[in-house]
Write a protein of this length. Structure first.
Length: 163
């Protein structure tokens, strides 16, 4: 009997079971997602998507359509294939289109929008349109509240209008 126990101890080793810690588990997933953010002044933000996954610290949204109504003069709308909404920062990727009520539009592949500062930044190249004017550049930082654009490596085709 002792020989059998000794041979089991020598020849058989315990299974090494890999343990996995899940630290980023989705809380829930929603199809045809719509989120409204309200503050004391009224409707502040609308975020839509075909699918949204809620994690403990963020939302990930497919086919995101994000509208910021913070600046009552000009409403900004952003659409993209994917978006992440975390800590008042919206990160958009894939066919990003930024549109404003006054006709300003720009397209890029990645943009980051900061709700607190109203800045939208893209450093992967963009094409902007305003009326018949077209701008192309490698970097854009646009502030919706101050209506200011900072850009790098700009090529512009500007159509002047008579008054």
């Amino acid at each position: 009997m002792l020989v059998v126990l000794a041979s089991i101890y020598i020849f058989f080793k315990p299974l090494n079971i890999k343990q996995q810690a899940f630290v980023d588990v989705p809380l829930f997933e929603i199809k045809d997602f719509t989120m409204y953010e309200l503050d004391p002044t009224g409707l502040h933000t609308i975020m839509l998507g075909s699918t949204a996954t809620r994690y403990s610290n963020r939302y990930t949204v497919k086919d995101i359509d994000y509208t910021d109504n913070k600046n009552k003069e000009y409403i900004a709308n952003m659409q993209a294939n994917n978006g992440i909404y975390k800590n008042d920062i919206v990160t958009l990727t894939g066919n990003v289109t930024y549109t404003r009520d006054d006709g300003l539009t720009f397209k890029t592949q990645k943009a980051v929008y900061n709700k607190k500062t109203s800045d939208v930044v893209s450093n992967v190249g963009y094409v902007a349109y305003m009326n018949d004017s077209v701008l192309r550049g490698s970097y854009i930082k646009y502030n919706n509240e101050k209506n200011r654009i900072f850009s790098k490596n700009v090529r512009a085709k500007i159509q002047l209008q008579e008054r």
